[in-house]
Design a protein around this ligand. Structure first.
Ligand code: SF4
Length: 257
């Protein structure tokens, strides 16, 4: 089971990525890929490397055909975060492979699939050119970390999907005034780790107010390494309270019988 608060498990038909924007600077998947390689796991070979004191992606991406079968083996319904170790819409992932991922999702309607990308323009191209019908169990999302990346929301808004969601994590600046009119769910979280950049309560307030305005479900995931008092401490110590409560709103979903 996953430690990510808003999902049950992760599924990685693709491994490896490259940075798309400043939200990627301290990418968790990059560090994890290096660790998994050191443990001898073949899927994660040559995806990341050390460069001075930093870890960087090498630019290689591995398609894991065998993992396309994995969700069939999970008998009980799960919420599944697709590609926590990559970006399904990375330019090195051919649409033919994405179609095979779609096929698995279509054949396992008992599960809910959550796909999050920093490349929503490619996701839009894929859904428009390759997908005939919207799958009721597939949620499509994009990440936004600041105002410069907020354009991703308008691209997502045009993308056909049962559920559209935005992950404002790591939130590293104000996102400005975004139109969430076509967005069902928003996740907000601060960054974690030694190099984490601070989050500010007023930036969360802005997003929370937008969610109330547009009727978008609001999920506050965590403060991360920086607390609301702008002090650094452990992620656990900073906790998950925003304005005195835990926010775990979810979008309304369709359940296959
Ligand atoms: S898109 Fe996601 S997986 Fe890829 S580098 Fe950025 S944060 Fe990491």
């Amino acid at each position: 089971m996953s430690e990510i608060e808003w999902t049950d498990t992760t599924w990685n038909p693709v491994a490896g990525c490259t940075a798309a924007s400043s939200g990627c600077t301290n990418c968790y998947a990059m560090h994890m890929a290096l660790r998994l390689e050191a443990m001898g796991i073949k899927k994660y070979q040559n995806l990341a490397r050390r460069s001075g004191k930093r870890t960087v992606w090498t630019g290689s991406v591995n398609l894991d055909e065998k993992s396309l079968e994995t969700p069939f083996r999970w008998r009980k319904p799960r919420k599944i975060f697709v590609n926590s170790m990559s970006d399904l819409f990375h330019e090195k992932v051919p649409f033919e492979f994405v179609e095979r991922v779609w096929h698995t999702m279509e054949q396992t309607p008992r599960h809910q699939y959550q796909i999050l990308t920093k490349r929503p323009e490619r996701m839009l191209e894929f859904t428009r050119s390759r997908i005939k019908d919207v799958l009721p169990n597939v949620w499509l999302g994009t990440s936004v970390e600041n105002e410069e990346t907020s354009e991703r929301v308008s691209i997502l808004s045009k993308t056909p999907a049962a559920i559209r969601f935005v992950s404002f994590e790591p939130l590293i600046d104000s996102v400005g005034g975004i139109d969430l009119g076509n967005i069902h769910w928003a996740i907000v979280g601060g960054e974690s780790g030694a190099q984490a950049r601070p989050i500010k309560e007023e930036w969360i307030d802005e997003i929370h107010a937008l969610c109330q305005l547009y009727g978008t479900a609001f999920f506050f995931k965590q403060w991360g390494t920086w607390g609301k008092d702008n002090k650094k401490r452990s992620k656990k110590a900073n906790g998950r309270l925003f304005r005195g409560k835990v926010w775990e709103e979810m979008p309304e979903i369709y359940f296959a019988r």
